[in-house]
Write a new protein. Structure first.
Length: 214
């Protein structure tokens, strides 16, 4: 379950009200250069025969600065940090006191994080995703994104925006992996284009942590 939190990077999106979700995504990518929010994440595993559906809830904070910088701080029920500093993607598991470092360019690609923190425009996103507006639901505008690469573990991502908010209205991110596991991130206290400290996306492995470079 922990590995899925990292694989699902989350991501996140926000933006203004337009004709449909796809136009809202385009406006968001063009106009929102940084953001900050609280999030709650619910991961639901497929039901097995004879068993009920299993789910797990976590919460924390998220920050990003375009292009290619973001940070997820999971606070409950366990501590975990995911940081992209523009060159390296760091994953720190406090329980294991273990850090995994990977080259960012090799792992972002068709991930939810790429939708909001990597691409400078919609054309760049279309290189990795098939994008389409989805029907409005629960008062939100939705974008359906499907990775073009078939090699990853990600099946699809849906990004939801709050209608009626300007310049952006981050609401939800729904991630479905190739094993049928679903992760839903709901965002609150969203700040658009905040001035973030220069060291927001720096990460230094804690003393004594086991560092694995991939």
């Amino acid at each position: 379950m922990k590995k899925f939190f990292a694989a699902a990077l989350l991501a996140v999106c926000s933006h203004a009200v337009w004709a449909d979700g796809l136009e809202s995504l385009e406006t968001f990518v063009k106009t929102v250069s940084s953001g900050r929010a609280d999030f709650t994440q619910v991961v639901t595993a497929p039901a097995r025969e004879g068993q009920s559906v299993r789910s797990k809830t976590s919460s924390g904070t998220f920050e990003f600065s375009r292009p290619g910088h973001f940070k997820f701080l999971y606070k409950k029920p366990f501590e975990q940090t995911i940081v992209a500093d523009g060159q390296t993607l760091w994953l720190y598991d406090a329980d294991l006191n273990q850090v995994t470092a990977r080259k960012q360019a090799a792992v972002l690609g068709s991930t939810p994080a790429a939708l909001i923190a990597a691409a400078p425009d919609l054309r760049a996103l279309r290189a990795d995703f098939t994008l389409a507006s989805a029907p409005d639901k629960d008062g939100l505008q939705w974008v359906q994104s499907t990775p073009k690469s078939k090699d990853g573990q990600l099946q699809s991502v849906r990004v939801g925006f709050r209608a009626g908010e300007k310049p952006a209205g981050l609401a939800a991110l729904e991630i479905l992996d190739s094993f049928g596991q679903r992760s839903v991130l709901s965002f609150s206290k969203v700040e658009v284009n905040p001035a973030l400290p220069k060291d927001s996306f720096q990460f230094h492995p804690p003393k004594g942590a086991d560092v694995i470079r991939q």
